[in-house]
Design a protein around this ligand. Structure first.
Ligand code: GDP
Length: 444
């Protein structure tokens, strides 16, 4: 079972929460220690583990209770989402050239599975209906050229070779010319691997990269090497500039450290993973599926997601009732702004709204600043004032106090109060229209 030890290590954490009612600062101490231990034993790099554990504890303490969901299940969900983020969030797709052949330059130390990856990749592209060509650029080992030729035959893809007397950058250039002539879609260039990083290898790689101007430069790393793989990705990226990594031998008994550390440590994504010796054993790296496999609790995850959805729906209905009765107050206002904050930065939220693509960075900064100001002012209000905004509307003395306590001007407070009443009116109008079933087109 892939990452089996990590999976059972994490299970210890959930088990400690059985019987608890809520997640609290106190009762997550032990489980967080288990999570930390499990990650370290999986050979995840220490700074990554620290950040991960910190982030999960912050979220666990702040999370609201969801009816019907146990605290251990909630923690599973938080850890899952954080694992997905750690591995880069979205799948990182291979990039293809806009015109001419897509050129993929492969680098990696000896024995990591680089030659195998060349052929697997060719096979992968062929299945997508793309024509492919391999270029044998490892001039130091005649055996490597032979191996590539054999694998090329196996997947029925041409292999460009020029023996061992030609410079790798020249072989690469010749291979690319040949591919252009033959109108090949994807050219995969193999390079020499060494047992360790050395200057000659790096210089040679730089030269090949210059000669090719590749679309993708991928470093092949072995999952069995754990966090060392992440360090290698960092070094290669700093030295030659790479676009991503391919993680091999995930079928072996690797502990997970590489898969979990590469993105966070190097800033570069894992784009593909090798999961066996057969030509078919290469697939895109999906952070969410990987996290799901690590936790081995697909049912719990979807259950918590559904419960969260129900909660959101109930929240929305509650809000709707308030709006209808014109009771929308500063507490709701605050909840709304915090929802925005929870969804990520304002810029991200704006980016998700269709037609809002052309907002300038300075407008976004203003909007973010604005939200912070609002929060500060609402926090300076008494609970009574938050529930009854009329109090503030009627009393300049109260507004002055809020201004002083929040460090804002009286004018800013007055504006905020006015804004709330405008929102009430606007929401009420909108709800009325929605009730009657027609929406007017808004004029500018
Ligand atoms: P290179 O020196 O980097 O070119 O490595 P090779 O491609 O020659 O592979 C070294 C060994 O690892 C070979 O025996 C491969 O069959 C094996 N190998 C490569 N990829 C994988 C993988 O994803 N899983 C497993 N189990 N073995 C692999």
């Amino acid at each position: 079972e892939m990452f089996g030890q990590l999976t059972s290590g994490l299970e210890t954490a959930w088990n400690k929460l059985k019987g608890e009612e809520v997640l609290s600062k106190e009762n997550i101490v032990e489980p967080m220690r288990d999570i930390r231990r499990a990650l370290l034993e999986a050979d995840v790099s220490l700074p990554v583990v620290r950040r991960f554990v910190q982030s999960v504890s912050d979220q666990a303490v702040g999370v609201g209770v969801i009816r019907g969901v146990r605290p251990d299940q909630q923690l599973v969900k938080i850890v899952h989402d954080e694992l997905v983020q750690l591995m880069g969030g979205e799948v990182s797709e291979l990039v293809f050239a806009k015109s001419g052949p897509t050129v993929i330059l492969l680098a990696g130390l000896q024995g990591v599975g680089k030659t195998t990856v060349c052929a697997k990749l060719a096979n992968y592209f062929k299945k997508q209906g793309k024509s492919c060509m391999l270029v044998a650029g490892d001039v130091y080992r005649p055996a490597a050229i032979d191996q590539l030729s054999i694998l090329g035959k196996q997947v029925d893809v041409p292999v460009y070779t020029a023996g061992t007397d030609v410079k790798p950058s020249d072989i690469a250039k010749q291979g690319l010319e040949e591919a252009k002539k033959k109108k090949i879609d994807v050219v995969i260039v193999d390079t020499a691997g060494r047992l360790q990083i050395d200057k000659t290898m790096m210089d040679e790689l730089k030269e090949v990269k210059r000669a090719l101007n590749p679309t993708e430069v991928l470093l092949v790393v072995d999952a069995m090497t754990g966090q060392e793989a992440a360090a290698l990705v960092t070094t290669f990226n700093l030295e030659i500039g790479i676009t991503g990594a391919i993680l091999t031998k995930l079928d072996g008994d690797s502990r997970g450290g590489a898969a979990l550390s590469v993105k966070e440590v190097s800033g570069k994504p894992i784009k593909l993973v090798g999961r066996g010796e057969r030509m078919e054993d290469l697939e895109p790296f999906y952070p969410d599926r990987m996290a799901g496999r690590i936790l081995g609790m697909g049912d719990v995850l979807s259950f918590v997601e559904k419960a969260q959805e129900v909660m959101r729906k109930e929240d929305a209905e509650e809000l709707q009732k308030k709006i209808m009765s014109a009771k929308f107050d500063f507490n709701d206002f605050l909840k709304q702004t915090r929802t925005v904050a929870k969804m990520g930065s304002v810029s991200r939220v704006i980016g998700m709204i269709p037609g809002m693509g052309k907002v300038t960075p300075s407008q976004i900064r203003d909007a973010e600043k604005n939200l912070q100001n609002m929060e500060a002012m609402i926090e300076a209000m008494t609970p009574e004032e938050r529930e009854k905004p009329e109090l503030l509307a009627e009393s300049p003395v109260r507004r002055k106090r809020v201004a002083l306590d929040s460090g804002k001007t009286e004018q800013q407070v007055s504006q905020l109060v006015a804004q709330l009443f405008q929102m009430r009116v606007r929401m009420k109008n909108l709800m009325g229209v929605m009730e009657s079933g027609s929406l007017p087109t808004l004029s500018n």
